[in-house]
Write a protein that binds this ligand. Structure first.
Ligand code: ADP
Ligand code: MG
Length: 680
């Protein structure tokens, strides 16, 4: 077995790991030997068994050789059982909660020397171990160093150490993959040496060492190289270049009610350049909420249609799909023939749409993300636009770029601003266009916070706004895991507001049919109602420029980025707008922080960075929910410097046209970690 095969082999290849132990490891998401390496010890165990009792340091874990000399099993409920042990004339108590006498006697037979394991504590000036375990002395010779790991059901510390020690002893020496210039940053420490070190040192101390940092760097570097590799593979795909008609484009731009911003124009230019080239486009259009991504993508779509191809647009929610459809139908039906397809489209209609697509009678299809799953045959699909996605991983996107065939370009839009260190991590496989500045007519959104006991003040505020012909979003508490309860709370609020505002209020929620939702949204759009009560279905993308007040109930329940997205539903027109964050008494420190940050800034990138600091990067962008790759050791906040070095290094490699093949081993090892759980 080669070094790599060994590292990537399943954990039950190790001697002594049977089915039961394997399933315990799997519960901890440890499948291969390589996985095991990144579960670091929580603390180190002092292993010198000949430590004297008087030398024990409180709070540390020990293996220590003692002799049990007396049992003390009180017959009184709630009093623990005790075994008094001795070493060189000094006594130590072993205290057992919830343990049977029989078990204790077997564990610690009297007058026999034995090595016990536990954490040193003291009680009334006497040393004690609570619920100690013992070591099977036959293991002792092979284990000369021990650490404490977090365990799961069915795993004992003994077993765990036996397995990890076995692995560390057999750890292969790998051929060096880091360039010398990088290695010198870490004092030329070797991969193998580092792995062993991080398992044998106090975790709190190891993080700042060159050993740990080198391994962090390996992880980041591998990740970036992987993306770079995918990108270069996509770039190698030759496609038929699209012949774009710029006069046609000018006509469209001139007909708009507004002037495109500089960033919009330059994004459009890059997109056109990609589409007109012989390389497949794989581009991310990133911009804060309300920065005007839609129009850029629609112009690109119309260009592609004029060039003789079809376009597919995918939105994350049905409401958003409907809105895109209408936007195109109402403004650009001169230039295209759009159709909409969602999970709720009736069978007959669906059949007709699929047929029309195949016969090129429809040139632009708008739908929800479920369009991925469906087998849809196009006449000649030339562009896929994916709106508001931020939960796909590198490999999912790779699959996406393969869809639609060779001549099909891919444009992904994201409204989730992310800190720079994460850009390469998440979107390293794509080319990126950024819309930084928002349209000039925008006034800042004023953000207020209000305790929900003061709802009367909010109602008065709304009355004044409605008096000025403004419209209001009212977002109801998010109740996780229960659509039904979301629905209930929204319905109740609707009834409450209905008493005050009569038929000027309506409601949308997830349990309504497309037609029902559509009707209500239309009413709101046509200003027949002033207040739209909803659950968070309005979170992404929806665009009603006349709505300029948003009330968010139980705002403390949302993450920072999510609140920013919600707030982005207003402030899209040219009126001053406000966001009212309502909360219950007794806010947590973090909730208070979030509210303060939102009050202070409207800059999505800044908010994303703050969010990252509060939540840790694993939570941002909903990584946890989506099963996206997560680093084992690296952290974009703590290791910002290493991310930057890795980015530079990869750019250098790309520029010099190095074959990334020379790094294939590194990628291969770390890639396994990166692709778990990705399905499309
Ligand atoms: P997002 O980037 O969040 O998807 P949208 O594309 O929905 O934002 O645009 C938000 C609003 O801004 C829309 O009403 C759109 O018509 C308008 N808009 C887009 N570009 C401009 C511009 N250059 N000037 C003024 N308004 C614009
Ligand atoms: Mg949008």
């Amino acid at each position: 077995m080669s070094n790599f095969e060994y590292l990537l082999s399943p954990i039950d290849n190790i001697k002594g790991v049977g089915k039961k132990t394997l399933s315990s490891f799997n519960k901890k998401k440890i499948y291969t030997i390589f996985d095991l390496l990144w579960h670091l010890p929580i603390s180190k165990i002092e292993t010198a068994e000949d430590t004297e009792i008087q030398d024990l340091q409180l709070g540390k874990n020990y293996n220590i050789k003692v002799t049990p000399i007396k049992y003390n099993f009180p017959r009184i409920r709630n009093l623990p059982n005790k075994v008094i042990c001795e070493k060189n004339g000094v006594k130590l108590d072993c205290i057992f909660f919830n343990s049977y006498e029989g078990y204790i006697k077997k564990l610690l037979p009297l007058n026999e020397e034995i090595i016990i394991h536990g954490k040193a504590n003291s009680f009334r000036n006497k040393f004690q171990f609570v619920n100690p375990t013992t070591k099977n002395s036959s293991n002792l010779n092979i284990i000369n160093n021990e650490s404490k790991y977090s365990l799961s059901d069915g795993l004992t510390l003994n077993k765990y150490n036996q397995v990890i020690n076995n692995v560390l002893q057999n750890l292969p020496e790998l051929e060096e993959w880091l360039p010398q210039s990088i290695l010198s940053l870490f004092n030329h420490v070797k991969w193998k040496e580092c792995v062993i070190k991080i398992h044998k040192e106090e975790i709190t101390k190891i993080r700042s060492t060159k050993y740990f940092k080198r391994l962090v760097f390996d992880e980041i570097f591998a990740n970036f190289l992987l993306s770079s590799n995918i990108r270069s593979k996509i770039k190698k795909i030759k496609k038929k270049n699209k012949i774009l008609n710029y006069q046609h484009q000018s006509k469209i731009i001139d007909s708009l009610k507004f002037k495109l911003t500089i960033d919009q124009i330059s994004s459009l230019k890059s997109i056109n350049k990609d589409m007109g080239s012989k390389q497949k486009m794989f581009r991310l259009l990133q911009g804060d909420v309300g920065s005007g991504k839609t129009i850029v993508s629609v112009i690109a779509a119309l260009n592609v249609i004029k060039a003789g191809y079809q376009v597919a647009i995918m939105a994350p929610t049905e409401i958003l799909a409907i809105q895109h459809y209408k936007f195109i139908l109402e403004n650009f039906n001169k230039y295209c023939n759009p159709e909409i397809l969602t999970g709720k489209t009736e069978y007959k209609k669906r059949k007709k749409i699929l047929n029309d697509l195949l016969n090129n009678k429809i040139d632009i299809l708008i739908g929800t993300h479920s369009l991925y799953q469906e087998k849809i045959n196009y006449f000649n699909l030339g562009l896929i636009i994916i709106d508001e996605q931020h939960k796909f991983g590198v490999n999912q996107r790779k699959k996406l770029s393969d869809k639609g065939g060779k001549d099909c370009d891919v444009l992904v839009m994201s409204a989730t601003p992310i800190p720079r260190t994460m850009m390469m991590t998440i979107y390293g496989d794509m080319d990126i266009s950024l819309i930084k500045s928002k349209p000039k007519n925008r006034l800042p959104i004023k953000t207020y916070s209000k305790n929900e006991t003061r709802i009367d003040e909010v109602i008065n505020f709304i009355k004044r706004e409605i008096g000025k012909k403004n419209q209001v979003f009212w977002v109801c508490p998010l109740i996780k895991e229960s659509k039904k309860m979301d629905h209930q709370s929204a319905t109740e609020k609707y009834k409450y507001l209905n008493k005050i505002f009569k038929d000027k209020v309506d409601i949308v929620h997830g349990l309504m049919s497309k037609e029902e939702k559509d009707k209500v949204l239309n009413k709101f759009n046509d200003r027949k109602i002033d207040i739209l009560v909803s659950t968070t279905v309005i979170e992404v993308g929806i665009d009603f420029p006349n709505a300029n007040v948003i009330v968010i109930e139980n705002s403390n329940k949302y993450g920072l980025s999510q609140l920013h997205q919600l707030r982005g539903r207003v402030g899209r027109g040219n009126k001053a707008s406000s966001c009212i964050l309502m909360f219950k008494t007794g806010l947590s420190v973090n909730a208070r922080k979030r509210i303060t940050i939102l009050k202070n800034t409207n800059d999505g990138f800044k908010i994303a960075e703050e969010d990252l600091k509060i939540r840790g990067y694993g939570d941002i962008l909903g990584f946890k929910q989506s099963g996206l790759k997560k680093f084992n050791l690296a952290d974009p906040i703590q290791h910002e410097d290493l991310f930057n070095i890795a980015e530079k290094e990869v750019k250098k490699i790309e520029k010099n046209n190095f074959e990334t093949n020379s790094f294939n081993k590194l990628i291969k090892l770390y890639d396994k970690v990166a692709v778990i759980n990705e399905t499309i």
